[in-house]
Design a protein. Structure first.
Lengths: 503, 503
């Protein structure tokens, strides 16, 4: 290490926008991934884990940020040291989602894969974006996709599976809503407005539709036409459409009726005779029928024309799962939790590689957001129990303490011996406290001689310390002397009592 | 998609040295990671997931490849678009192991973390190395470390935990061996040889020791002194030591006796009066005592002076787990499977950041190698069952088929409806075959009218097709007509019969 000493010390920090996850944050996420994988697998999907690194060429540019099409990924050029001529190698990048790699995998292995190919995938993805509060540059996604079928039964199935998954991970009915729309209906509206396929105003209109939730009907009309003074007093330029041209958008946005049939009727009126629009409505009707036959109510999955979803590659049905309960943000303001999952049909992604259109539909769950939501609602255990700590009273008798720990572990009890410097016994108890240990075991020289051990109930001890004025608590001992042979029995008894609710 | 069409088609390939994992490869790995995490957690370790990306500065250069100290990582310079002056940002890299990030995490959070800090971590790591058969640039590690204690009880515990873990994932006693050595003993030998701490010959000697398994005692002596003609006929230059100077190395390599005490005695003779060497022997003795007290035999964990381990950062005990059974390599040659895990004490890693020495010891399991070993030995199910497939005889009745599938899923049976083009029924059965489906369910118009369904046992069907000459098989039907209401009961019955061994 001599050479390193002379260098300036490196800074011990995560790169900007990255973070570390500790203890329960990690185990709760793996449990959630496991649960979701269980649902996907039960539905017949197979696991796939593609590499985190792809060639830039294979990944393509499908990030939602249309204003900066080259940004958004972490990429580097391989220095091909293995090439005898030393010429620079391929551009590589970290995957930014799990859909682009799926398209590559399907194109690469299509002759061996079953068709349709139904796969699920989970893992981190990376975005080279400006970090913000709660926005990180590495986060988990958990996807399922059916590649190779145009059947709306695949789209309906994915919506039903999303609903099942949310309920399985602990979001009860009423606390979430899967909203379904169809990109073709949107395109039909744009056609009905007389905007050609390459008209740049199409993107402006889509972006305006996305603001419906915030600015309402009148606001959307203003934004589509002459512009609008926003809440902050700034003037937002309008798209510049005529009032009549904006009509189909408003008809579309207000098309939701009490039942699917009513919504469909309103949509039909909005798209006029656009062939694409009518096709989209037909698809939504099929999905609606399958959902109804499956027993999924509008309180679970709702056909709702107001959702757009950012990604440009969707070609048919799109859907989004929102949590509908309110939470308080970091400034104490009430707000809706918002979107935790989304997906849709993308019939063009594989074609990039093969030239042949391969219809596909998929779903992506933002696992980290879902975990955050469950934490906000207090549905995840914040500080689960640490291990039982066997303290060290006599350094020379480490083997004895290790045997005690082995006995506890063999009895199925999580346990460890204190491995720090044992000189200061207070530090041992502080350690147990920091680990949230339920119990400390003590065997000093006196105890050893008498054949006993001390077992300290740390949770009860903490309660007694907190409620020092209550007589009933004072009388309860939190430390017990038991014969050495009763170690397991007594530890089990205390652990069980700690799990009971307080009297 | 209009713009993309005009570009040449991207190649659908994984970058060189990366691969995709399908189906059971993925689920078997997650099961193994879960099992290992369970053991680590039970031993009192807490989960940690650090980001995959670190600053190059924080990562440092600790890869074993001493000849190319700057190679080995995937790194890039961040283009800091968020900086108003547009100046280039930090150098970032993908982690190459889980130990360097742990040192960074510990240095960054040391004031909040318990001490000792006991953490486990699992996930992919990336090495920018030349790929080869079975050598990939992304692979999984599964680590556990105790940071902040110099106690040999921590080292002994990690060895015991490694032994427990290997047995838990399905490597029986006798099929593996954890071998323990101590870097200080090695340094003592180098001292006894009269090589100063900065003598470049030290590395040559260590590399030669690593070849002991291959070239034996005489070979090592030749390599240390005048050089050696290797099996291929090439002459390998010697280190250039005198014969007497090579003696301690040979004494060291042949020091293993039948019991720990005997080995220690031989080592003492080999290191002479080197203080470092005697300290290392003392540490091995302590570990040996704790292992014996824990009931671990020399058939599980063996103190063995011949292991070196590549990483330069080890400062005390080092250990390595080997699988001892033989397998056949791709060319059909018998060979030992070799190392699947390793670790040791590294007291200097955190000091890079803080200036203070923080003693630490850890373990890393190469999960992908372990899985490969279990596959070689036939201990992992190669082709587990796919989902029950409900076929589509009438496209218009998709909702009915979906209901059947829902019924099966609700009964806990993995199932799906065929989502491809249903026109060609043969394709539906081919699909079921490719998915390794145990059962296909068929309900055509006739069946619907009669209130029955056809249930096809695909596994029995395949067996009958294979054994067409056996009369007893021929008579067994593999397709059953049952009332629609008996769907679940009949499917359960067939699934159970498939799990029974053949008569």
């Amino acid at each position: 290490m001599a050479k390193i000493k002379k260098q300036p010390r490196p800074k011990a920090i995560t790169p900007k926008g990255f973070r570390d996850y500790f203890g329960e944050e990690v185990t709760q996420r793996s449990e959630m991934l496991r649960t979701i994988a269980g649902v996907y697998h039960h539905y017949g999907f197979e696991a796939l884990e593609s590499s985190a690194v792809e060639t830039v060429e294979a990944l393509g540019k499908f990030l939602p940020d249309v204003d900066r099409p080259n940004a958004g990924v972490f990429a580097w050029q391989e220095a091909d040291e293995h090439d005898p001529e030393g010429k620079p190698g391929d551009w590589m990048a970290l995957r930014y989602d799990l859909t682009a790699p799926l398209a590559r995998v399907y194109a690469q292995h299509r002759n061996e894969l079953p068709s349709p190919y139904r796969r699920y995938a989970m893992g981190p993805v990376w975005r080279n974006e400006k970090p913000g509060p709660g926005r990180f540059r590495q986060f988990y996604q958990c996807d399922a996709d059916t590649v190779g079928t145009a059947s709306m039964a695949a789209d309906a199935e994915i919506c039903m599976m999303l609903s099942d998954t949310l309920e399985r991970v602990g979001i009860p009915r009423g606390d979430y809503l899967v909203r379904v729309n169809n990109r073709k209906v949107l395109n039909g509206i744009l056609e009905a407005m007389g905007l050609a396929e390459d008209d740049p105003k199409r993107d402006d209109v889509l972006r305006t539709i996305d603001k419906f939730d915030k600015v309402g009907e009148a606001g959307v009309r203003e934004l589509l036409t002459k512009g609008r003074l926003d809440a902050s007093g700034a003037y937002i330029d309008g798209v510049g459409l005529g009032d009549a041209q904006a009509d189909p958008v408003l008809a579309f946005l207000t098309s939701r009726a009490d039942d699917v049939a009513g919504t469909m009727q309103n949509l039909r009126a909005a798209v006029g005779d656009s062939k694409t629009g009518l096709e989209g409505i037909g698809e939504l009707e099929q999905i609606g029928e399958l959902l109804a036959a499956g027993g999924y109510g509008q309180d679970q999955i709702l056909i709702d024309p107001s959702i757009v979803r950012g990604l440009g590659y969707y070609t048919g049905p799109v859907f989004e799962a929102e949590l509908t309960f309110e939470i308080f943000d970091e400034k104490g303001r009430k707000r809706q939790f918002g979107s935790v999952a989304g997906g849709g049909r993308y019939d063009g992604l594989v074609k990039r590689f093969t030239g042949q259109e391969v219809p596909a539909v998929g779903l992506s769950i933002g696992v980290d957001r879902l975990l955050a939501a469950l934490r906000e609602k207090g549905r995840l255990d914040a500080t689960p129990k640490g291990p039982v700590v066997v303290t060290v009273m006599d350094r020379a008798r480490m083997a004895d303490y290790q045997s005690m720990v082995a006995e506890l572990r063999n009895a199925g009890i999580r346990a460890e011996v204190y491995l720090g410097n044992p000189k200061n016994f207070g530090n041992q108890l502080k350690y147990a406290d920091k680990r949230n240990s339920p119990i400390a075991v003590i065997e000093g020289g006196d105890e050893k001689e008498k054949g006993v051990i001390q077992i300290k109930d740390l949770i009860l001890g903490a309660k007694i310390a907190e409620s020092a004025t209550l007589e009933e608590w004072k009388e309860r001992p939190s430390q017990f002397e038991v014969p050495r042979g009763d170690l397991i029995a007594k530890v089990r008894e205390i652990l069980a009592s700690q799990d009971e609710p307080d009297e």
